[in-house]
Design a protein around this ligand. Structure first.
Ligand code: NAD
Length: 313
């Protein structure tokens, strides 16, 4: 009896790999493998585990002789040719649930950093300056938070916002039951009403053709003067040039950004945005916690084990 073989081409947390080995899978590591090498090697494997680096192209999929699953540790399937996988009856598994808490906590890290000028104060302290008077901030309590996209992350953000004493309104193309709304303590608004009513807007939608530049010049014009925007979803969901103009005019008083149209930012208008004093920027660290990294591998391993259950291990 032969063990099913899994090739791992990008580093994933060892706990998930241990689970697979304990279930009898043969796990080979090939971190950093090139596309050409993968095309050769993949013939022997039943599943491949990747993160975002490895491009699983049609050419690679067509070279595979017994591949049954392409497994992405974490979120985002843009590096996998999904149509080619479907054409060959190959399942695509991923673990988008893994970074939910990490991203929700980051939203509040960014917001508090902005509302209490934490990174500014820290920078001044390191320069030997005591800037108490300039550090007047504001409280989150009593502010209206508008959540666009009440999915996994949006809901965890709502829970934390309520704990801060915020009023929470949301817009989503899919409206959950009134029971869910009641439990979360959130009120539905249509898109334009949310834009008009919120003091702080946080975006948690996936990037699709429909959400590309979902927030642009027209949307900014509807928002309250002095609104704060948080984007930890995907950079292109917000029109950066329109955001830059809104920040410069004072329409938007601050932006907290973990994601950018280009990563790292490279265009003049992106670099200018990041350098503004009322912008808090982080380099796409939403999922960068020990727990989220471990979850990505453990959740994926569970899905792989369930999928192959019934097959000989
Ligand atoms: P999810 O699928 O659970 O939730 C997304 C929600 O957006 C859904 O409820 C969906 O109905 C809603 N939606 C889709 N299109 C919409 C639209 N046009 N208008 C309003 N709502 C719309 O996803 P999630 O796990 O909550 O993640 C949200 C996004 O966060 C991901 O798609 C990803 O792009 C991003 N993300 C970023 C990081 C990071 O490192 N910063 C990490 C994980 C996820």
């Amino acid at each position: 009896m032969f063990a099913l073989k899994i090739l791992v081409t990008d580093p994933v947390h060892e706990d998930g790999l241990k689970m697979l080995k304990n279930e009898g899978f043969h796990v080979d590591l090939a971190y950093g493998i090139s596309g050409d090498e993968l095309k050769e090697k993949i013939r022997d494997y039943d599943a491949v585990i990747v993160r975002s680096r490895t491009k699983v192209t049609r050419e690679i999929i067509e070279a595979a002789e017994k591949l049954k699953a392409i497994c992405r540790a974490g979120v985002g399937l843009d590096n996998i040719d999904l149509k080619a996988a479907e054409d060959h009856g190959i399942k695509v598994l991923s673990s988008p649930e893994a970074p939910t808490i990490a991203v929700a906590e980051l939203v509040f890290g960014l917001l508090l950093c902005f509302s209490r000028k934490i990174s500014y104060c820290d920078r001044m302290m390191k320069e030997g300056k005591w800037v108490k008077r300039e550090a007047l901030g504001f409280e989150l309590k009593g502010k209206t938070l508008g959540i666009i996209g009440l999915g996994r992350i949006g809901r965890e953000v709502a829970v934390r916002a309520r704990a801060f004493g915020m009023r929470v309104i949301y817009f989503d193309v899919y409206r959950p039951s009134s029971e869910v709304e009641k439990n979360l303590g959130v009120e539905y608004r249509d898109f334009s009403d949310l834009l008009r009513e919120a003091d702080i807007i946080t975006v948690h939608v996936p990037l699709t053709p429909k959400t590309h530049h979902l927030i642009g010049e027209k949307e900014f014009s509807l928002m309250k003067d002095g609104v704060i925007l948080v984007n930890t979803s995907r950079g292109p969901v917000v029109d950066t040039k329109a955001l830059l103009a809104a920040l410069k005019s004072g329409k938007v008083s601050g932006a907290c950004l973990d994601v950018f149209e280009h990563e790292p930012p490279r265009e003049d208008w992106e670099l200018e945005l990041v350098k503004l004093p009322n912008v808090i920027a982080t380099p796409h660290i939403g999922a960068m916690t020990v727990e989220a990294q471990r979850n990505a591998s453990v959740i994926l391993a569970n899905k792989i084990i369930s999928m192959f259950k019934g097959e000989k291990l």
